[in-house]
Design a protein. Structure first.
Lengths: 440, 341
């Protein structure tokens, strides 16, 4: 213990000596009530144990900062990923409403062409699609932008009313049925789908903002670590300079332990970030593209039927059909070769239907449009619809579980940082108090 | 009403042609033909004459002969007869005029029957007639593009159709076509609920009234104080009417007649607004076919076919006994008519 004293005296001696003189007297004449306090502090700092106590306090604070700040950053990132997962789940829900509604519309318009003799399967398909859409929409309204989705929900009630009127009039052979169906389709295109699209856009933006929140958490972690570990290292250096011992073991152990914990935390963050990015650019992007493709394709199918129902207006709606089909094809992600082939086969059938209708053979065109045989337009389209639905379901659930998994390591890592940080704080306090004790 | 004039004047003209003047109406050049027909009495509100100085209703002289065995080689009639069937554009959803029978898939109505009479006169197979359902905006295009021979679609005879119209900011160009002599007079009326006490447009002041986008009748009732509501087609107006969005529909009484059949809780009221005559449309270059159609119309008027069509399609709904059309005016001067190419 003898060397401690000798080590402390020469080093600290010169500045101490300088300050002792003026420190005790100079502030006194100027200071009012503050003067005694300043004097006390000066007096305290004049002596090595006093300064060591300050270093100890700073080191403890730094360790606690890393513990709590790092833990909070990891917690923030986990929260952001949860939010991204929630928004992605909502997006999937909204997209399900979109695709189910356009599917229902395609069913309603195509079966209208059968003039009362609609295929039973098509009717069942319509009812199922509407049921799924209503159920998902009710869920989506609950935890989404209520305004847009609420009005979409209200319009959906009117939509099904129009379709029912269209069907009832059609059964009686009244031409106004076609007008009801057109009104229903217009309502879907102007009063429901845009609102759903707005909600989907809001979800996408929420996902983006959750991702940037997650990105900011990494910056907070880095900041806290640099500051906290910096202070701990400085404390170590200070002790080394003021003693012959190069290393204060408890303090160093705490610092190194904390460094390891922080490295673990940073790795967890990197892993979660890359996993989340993979989901966003992979499964989530695929689900969105598939859904966009489906909406456009079903729209095209509806346009084909509505054109035939209007009888002879083919040349006018055909550009709309082409635009939707182009969108459906363009949006379809690579790797859906079967779906693409089916979509192309449908397009070829559609061309035949249009040729018949354009040549004045409406009856044959209509028969071809409502046929359900193996190579019929309906069968080809159904093949596309089934393929894309399967792919969409897979991608959507993969995106959901992927985002859930991405955050798995974050909370344990956060806990580790908190624990090790607190231990490091204890270590810093203990290590320095050993040095202080040597002055007694 | 002033429009109700002799229903038999076309017959008189045709008889004069057939009996007295062997060359009557034969040359395509209008001015050379001296068939003096008293012009139909015109309402003050009637549109002015077309740019050849003749009223809208003026058409080409009726052909001398409608005998299928004597169609001149190379004539439009000969071409159609050789093809074996007539191509007709009509409505698909105007009940009693041109509507698809959803049970049979066949179109039926006044215009469809009238087109069938033309086909019968041509001596072609009625069953093979190709009906194309087109929106109103395409009527002149389908003729100019040679997609159909005849448009039978409640088409009002106007100078704009005779001369064609150039493209404007709001409307596409419409090529010129030929029109037959009038075969029906129809004006715009109002469709209201059966229990409505309203009898005139004035009674609907401030109420929402539906009409097709850009229609003159909607503009007319709007001036009388109703709130206009536009729809892309008359059928869409019926939807709005049944959904309670509008109190009334303004439209051709022929169309409204079909609506009362689809909605028995409605009735037609009001004076006929801006009455106009329906004519059959033919291709601008096929003047021989226009004259053939005119000659067939003379016969259908004379033998009571038009009256039978009225009795079949319109009388059960709107009453009355016959269609009243102004006397045919065969003074159209094609050479002097300035047409959009």
């Amino acid at each position: 213990m003898s060397q401690t004293t000798s080590a402390a005296v020469p080093r600290a001696g010169s500045p101490d000596a300088e300050r002792t003189g003026p420190g005790g007297t100079a502030p006194a004449p100027r200071g009012g009530w503050l003067a005694p306090v300043v004097v006390t502090i000066r007096h305290y700092l004049d002596r090595t144990p006093g300064r060591l106590r300050v270093v100890s306090a700073l080191a403890v604070l730094a360790a606690v900062l890393v513990a709590l700040g790092g833990g909070a950053a990891l917690r923030e990132r986990a929260g952001a990923l949860d939010e991204a997962q929630r928004s992605a789940g909502h997006l999937v829900l909204v997209q399900s409403v979109q695709t189910n509604l356009v599917q229902a519309d395609a069913d309603a318009t195509n079966s209208f062409l059968a003039f009362g003799l609609e295929p039973r399967a098509q009717r069942v398909d319509y009812i199922n699609a509407i049921e799924t859409a209503s159920r998902d929409l009710a869920k989506a309204v609950n935890d989404g932008p209520a305004d847009a989705l609420g009005s979409a929900n209200a319009a959906l009630t009117r939509y099904t009313g129009y379709v029912s009127s269209a069907r009832a009039n059609n059964l009686q052979g009244l031409p106004v049925g076609a007008s009801y169906l057109q009104t229903a389709s217009d309502l879907l295109q102007t009063g429901i789908l845009p609102q759903l699209e707005a909600a989907a856009k809001a979800d996408t933006e929420a996902i983006d903002s959750a991702y940037s929140r997650a990105g900011r958490a990494a910056i907070w972690l880095a900041l806290v670590v640099v500051l906290g570990l910096g202070v701990l290292v400085w404390a170590q250096v200070y002790l080394a300079q003021h003693s012959r011992r190069i290393i204060n073991v408890p303090l160093a152990a705490g610092t190194v332990g904390l460094l390891v914990a922080v490295i673990v935390a940073a790795s967890a963050m990197v892993v979660s970030q890359s996993q989340a990015n993979d989901v966003r650019t992979g499964d989530l992007a695929q689900a969105r593209a598939l859904s966009a493709s489906r909406v456009a394709a079903f729209n095209a199918k509806s346009i084909e039927s509505l054109t035939l129902i209007a009888r002879g207006s083919g040349s006018i709606r055909e550009p709309d059909w082409k635009a939707e089909m182009e969108k459906a094809t363009r949006s379809l992600p690579i790797g859906n070769a079967d779906a693409l082939a089916a979509l192309n086969a449908y397009a070829a059938e559609h061309a035949e239907i249009r040729k018949l209708d354009d040549n004045g053979n409406w009856q044959a065109a209509r028969n071809r449009a409502i046929a359900t045989g193996k190579s019929s337009a309906n069968a080809q389209f159904d093949r596309y619809a089934e393929q894309t639905e399967k792919a969409l379901t897979t991608r959507a659930s993969a995106a959901d579980s992927g985002l859930g998994d991405a955050g798995n390591l974050l909370l344990p890592a956060g806990l580790l940082v908190v624990l090790v940080g607190l231990l490091a704080a204890v270590g810093a306090w203990w290590g320095i108090s050993l040095r202080i004790d040597e002055y007694r | 009403m002033t429009m109700r004039t002799s229903r038999f004047s076309p017959l008189a003209v045709a008889a004069a042609c057939l009996l007295a003047l062997p060359g009557c109406g034969a040359p395509a050049a209008g001015p050379a033909v001296k068939v003096e027909v008293p012009a139909a009495p015109q309402l003050a509100a009637d549109p002015p004459n077309c740019n050849d100085g003749r009223p809208p209703n003026a058409t080409l002289p009726a052909a001398v002969s409608t005998d299928p065995s004597k169609f001149p080689a190379g004539s439009t009639m000969a071409t159609i007869k050789k093809r074996g069937y007539l191509r007709v554009a009509t409505n698909g959803d105007v009940l009693n005029w041109g509507a698809t029978n959803t049970k049979t898939g066949d179109p039926e109505g006044y215009d469809v029957d009238l087109a069938a009479e033309i086909a019968r006169a041509l001596g072609v197979d009625l069953k093979r007639t190709v009906y194309t359902v087109i929106p109103y905006s395409q009527r002149q295009n389908v003729l100019a593009e040679d997609r159909v021979d005849l448009v039978a679609q409640q088409m009002t005879i106007t100078c704009a159709r005779w001369s064609g119209t150039a493209k404007t900011d709001t409307a596409a160009a419409n090529p010129a076509i030929n029109l037959s002599a009038p075969y029906y007079t129809a004006g715009a009326k109002l469709l209201v609920r059966k229990d409505s006490a309203v009898t005139q447009v004035a009674g609907l002041k401030g109420e929402p009234v539906c009409g097709t986008t850009g229609s003159t009748s909607l503009a007319a009732v709007a001036k009388l104080g109703v709130t206009p509501v536009e729809a892309p087609s008359a059928g869409r107006c019926l939807v709005k009417f049944e959904e309670g969005e509008v109190a009334a529909i303004v439209g051709d009484e022929t169309t409204l007649a079909g609506f009362t059949r689809q909605n028995p809780s409605s009735k037609i009221i009001g004076e006929s607004l801006s009455p106009g005559q329906y004519g059959l449309g033919t291709q601008a270059k096929a003047t021989d076919f226009t004259r053939f159609v005119n000659a067939v119309l003379v016969r259908l008027q004379a033998d009571g076919t038009l009256d039978r069509l009225y009795a079949k399609w319109m009388k059960p709904i709107v009453g009355g006994s016959a269609t009243d059309v102004p006397a045919a005016d065969y003074s159209r001067n094609i050479a002097a008519l300035k047409r959009q190419s």
